[in-house]
Design a protein around this ligand. Structure first.
Ligand code: SAH
Ligand code: MG
Length: 222
């Protein structure tokens, strides 16, 4: 299940060790992921730091994360929220949601985080009344990215951020044989192309793909 997220890349290692060292809380989430053979599905340290920086730069107070796994990216983001900030963590898998809850409960940001169990296509509808939100981080099933973008478009405030992870779709978007993953379906490729092309529209967004190993599309909603 785990991907190489660049941890074996010397450049990535340099950035991680200098700019994104993990404290024991982040390490404990990584360890739990490793024990369950899920390490590498989460963002890497420098990607977590980028998210942390985006929250700080945008002064976001309310964030929706779609796809939480064990809460690794959530911890990076929540740490940049003000004391009265809120991060809603959407997760469809019962065990993942339970792990995220338990691991995040041991951190200093637990009061800022709410883990919501269920299929995001359903739980997002119920969350809309708590919006508009300052930021939406999309990192769940890749086939759902356009649905999530549609929701984010309606529920992130003007000037807010929409961020998508893995937007190079594991090397399958720009055909790179060395890094492509045959488990990716034609539909997922279509959806991810559509996702990036939608967010590239300068009339609607100020945006770019940050060329992380996985690709991270970042857009300010105009
Ligand atoms: N953001 C996490 C990694 C998320 S991995 C991090 O970087 O630490 C993707 C997660 O999305 C998985 O835990 C998976 O169970 C969840 N997921 C997949 N489909 C989903 C859906 N329809 N609704 C909510 N979560 C979903
Ligand atoms: Mg991801």
């Amino acid at each position: 299940m785990s991907h190489d997220r660049g941890e074996s890349n010397p450049t990535t290692n340099y950035i991680n060790s200098l700019f994104a060292p993990e404290d024991e809380k982040l390490q404990s989430i990584r360890l739990a992921l490793r024990q369950d053979n899920k390490e590498g599905i989460n963002v890497g340290p420098y990607e977590g730091k980028i998210l942390n920086l985006l929250v700080t730069l945008s002064r976001a107070k309310s964030i929706v994360e779609i796809g939480t796994l064990y809460g690794y990216s959530a911890l990076w983001m929540a740490r940049a929220l003000p004391a009265n900030g809120k991060l809603y963590c959407l997760e469809v898998d019962k065990e993942n949601a339970a792990k995220a809850k338990a691991l995040l409960a041991k951190t200093e940001v637990t009061s800022k985080i709410e883990v919501i169990l269920g299929d995001a296509t359903e739980t997002l509808a119920g969350l809309a009344s708590k919006g508009p939100f300052d930021m939406c981080f999309i990192d769940a099933n890749k086939s759902g990215y356009m649905d999530y973008l549609e929701w984010a478009d309606q529920n992130v405030r003007s000037g807010g951020l929409i961020v998508g992870d893995n937007t190079f779709l594991f090397g399958n978007l720009i055909k790179d044989k060395s890094n492509s993953n045959s488990r990716v379906s034609e539909n997922q490729i279509k959806v991810m192309k559509n996702f990036n092309e939608s967010l590239a529209d300068p009339k609607k967004y100020t945006s770019v793909i940050l060329p992380t190993v996985e690709g991270m599309t970042v857009a300010i909603k105009n």
